[in-house]
Every structure is written in C-alpha cells, then in structure tokens.
Write a protein that binds this ligand. Structure first.
Ligand SMILES: NC(=O)c1ccc[n+]([C@@H]2O[C@H](COP(=O)([O-])OP(=O)(O)OC[C@H]3O[C@@H](n4cnc5c(N)ncnc54)[C@H](OP(=O)(O)O)[C@@H]3O)[C@@H](O)[C@H]2O)c1
Length: 328
C-alpha cells in the first residue's frame, strides 16, 4: 500500500516510504511520570509489527513525546528486535522544551539544544543515525547561522540522513533551506477533516473569512514543486468523526459529519477511520497522514484508507458537511 491513486512514488526523497505514517506520540505508558512497563514494551512492539504488516513503514516520534518515554520504549523494542530498525524509516523531532527541562515551556532551536537533543534522541532510540530529523516548531529566537553550522556538522557526521520541518510556513522553510547544506524534505502540519483550513485557504481566497484561516497560506504550493513531502499530524482527528465516538458534546456539523462518515464507510465497505483518512489522501498533494492510535485494530482499519479513492462528490459532500455550509 503506497498510494491511493496510482501515482508512485509519493515521496521524492524516500521513494519506499509508506503512504501512511505511524505516530508514536502516546507510546511508553502515556504522558505521566510512571516508569515504562513490560506491557508498554509489548504494546510498542505489537504496534510496530502491526504497522509493518499493514504496509506502514514510517515511524514518527519526537523527543518530548510522553516526556521521552515514547523514544525510550521504541529503543527497548529495537534492542530486543533489532531487525525492525532497517524495516522502518524513523523520524523524530526536536525544538520544544517542556517545563521539566526549563522554567517555562518554550521552543529551542539553539545550536546547543539541537546538538544535545539529537544525541539524546539517538541514545533513547539506541540507533546510530536517524532517518529524518524534524525541527518541531519555529523558535522566534532561532539564530540561523549557528543552528545551520550544527546541523551541517551532524549531517556530515552521519547522525541523520534527511532534514525536515514542522508547523512552518513557506517563508520559514525557505529561510532555513537557504542556510543548511542538505535539502529540507518534508513539512508536518495539522491537516485533517477537522483541521481542514488547508482546504479553506484554497477556497476562500479574496473573502473576508479567509483572514480567519489558520493554515499557512501557500505552504502546499511552496512544497509541491520542490518535492517537499507534506505530512498531516492528528490526521484521524482523534476519532471525533467515528459514529461510535463516546464524546457526544460536539457541534451539529460534527454530528452530521459522523453520520456521513458512517454511511460512506458502509458504501465503501471500510471503517470510519479509513474514510476520514481517505478524505485527506484524495488531495492531489499526496499528503502522508500521521496516525497516533495505540489500538492495533484501529491501525489495521486506518491502513485500509490506502485502498480507497473517494469520489469527487463524496469528497465535497464530506467537506460541506464538515463546514456546515456549501462551498462559496
Ligand atoms: N508535528 C507536530 O507538531 C505534531 C503534533 C501532534 C501530533 N503529531 C504526530 O501525529 C501523530 C498523530 O497525532 P494524534 O495522536 O494527536 O492524533 P490522531 O492520530 O488523530 O488520533 C489518535 C488519538 O485519537 C484516538 N482515536 C483515534 N481514532 C479513534 C476513534 N475512532 N475513537 C476513539 N478514539 C480514537 C486514539 O486513541 P487510541 O489510542 O485508543 O486508538 C489516539 O489517542 C502523533 O502520534 C505524532 O506522531 C505531530
């Protein structure tokens, strides 16, 4: 499963990358101070093996996930099952400092934090080299020359294969790209049927409501011609569109969209998760959804999205139901 519409490969720089990315943000026992348990290790290995068995070979992490435990638990799995390392494209991120590392939460793309952060990622994961190093968020205090020197040095020392960015607009991407020696290969942003501003940006040009759009204007059009891969975080929208979701305190539009997602899941003979992802994947930018489920069954269901091509009518029907009104 690499594509939903026959255009191969999806990723210019990593042609064998899967269409869907598995996100490990909740692994390692959750966002608490509890130590990693044996069960957490078993869960992480199970999820990695389920992902691989379902054609998902890209793993997304960050140094902060579950306060470092997500990377640590994966590192323990790699120690036990080293054959998994070469089967996976491993990406991780640095650049956010939580309050256990600093007085207040902050972003840190200083050279020293990047240097230390990358070494810590490699140590937790028990690997020599990271496939893709992401800069997690823009740091307004970033000093590009020293950061670029550090990135270039670590790249030359073979500590990472590719550089990527997250939550950045085209100008920020261009600025970083013009200072580093290696190509920037991806940008990871929030995009989903819920976080659908990437579509609103396109369809409300020249309208007042466009000023409310949160998605950085022109990012997709900047990335595509350069072969910069778009990845979508929170692509399942935390399951909010699943007709069986237990949260009932939601807006009319969400309830209507749930009903439609359920209907389409039946029509396409698939799961609600697959429909939610198929909506994102129908976009010609060949966006890679990053999914963060810890439920193997949901992972298998979500992976079905790669086999589904939503009709143009169904795609717009979902968009308009989600918006609560027709397109302008
Ligand atoms: N670059 C960034 O700034 C950034 C930010 C956030 C996330 N990320 C990446 O994106 C990945 C995905 O993000 P995410 O985990 O926030 O979002 P997600 O994939 O949209 O949702 C996963 C979460 O929603 C729950 N969920 C999914 N489907 C469900 C359903 N049908 N019913 C009930 N619950 C459901 C999952 O619970 P279960 O575990 O029970 O299935 C899990 O807690 C992360 O793992 C991380 O790798 C990146």
């Amino acid at each position: 499963m690499t594509s939903n519409n026959g255009k191969l490969p999806i990723h210019k720089h990593i042609p064998h990358a899967s269409r869907i990315v598995y996100g490990g943000m909740h692994l390692g026992g959750g966002w608490n101070k509890n130590p990693i348990s044996k069960d957490d290790e078993i869960q992480a290995q199970d999820l990695l093996e389920t992902a691989l068995a379902n054609g998902i070979n890209t793993l997304d992490l960050a140094d902060i996930y579950t306060f470092g435990k997500a990377e640590e638990v994966i590192g323990r799995v790699f120690k036990k099952a080293p054959h998994l390392i070469d089967k996976l494209i491993i990406q991780s991120k640095l650049g956010i400092k939580l309050t256990h590392d600093a007085k207040v939460k902050q972003y840190d793309l200083s050279a020293s934090w990047a240097e230390k952060g990358l070494d810590a990622i490699l140590k937790r994961l028990r690997i020599e080299k990271l496939d893709v190093l992401f800069l997690h968020r823009p740091d307004p205090l970033m000093e590009i020359e020293s950061l670029a020197t550090t990135l270039n040095k670590n790249y030359e020392h073979d500590k990472f294969e590719y550089l990527a960015l997250s939550n950045m607009h085209a100008g920020q991407m261009a600025y970083i790209q013009s200072n580093v020696s290696m190509p920037v290969i991806a940008n990871q942003l929030e995009m989903s049927l819920l976080a659908s501003d990437f579509v609103e940006d396109a369809i409300t040009v020249n309208m007042d409501i466009n000023s409310q759009v949160g998605f950085p204007r022109g990012t997709i059009e900047y990335c595509l011609p350069q072969g910069i891969q778009l990845q979508a975080w929170a692509s399942l929208a935390q399951g909010i569109f699943d007709p069986n979701h237990t949260n009932t305190e939601v807006t009319r539009e969400i309830i209507d969209t749930r009903l439609l997602v359920g209907e389409l899941a039946e029509n396409y003979n698939t799961s609600p998760s697959a429909i939610v992802l198929a909506w994102l994947m129908r976009h010609p930018a060949m966006i890679q959804p990053v999914i963060g489920t810890t439920t193997p069954k949901r992972l298998v269901e979500a992976a079905e999205a790669g086999k589904i091509l939503l009709s143009r009518d169904d795609w717009y029907h979902l968009l308009e139901t989600r918006r609560g009104r027709e397109v302008p």
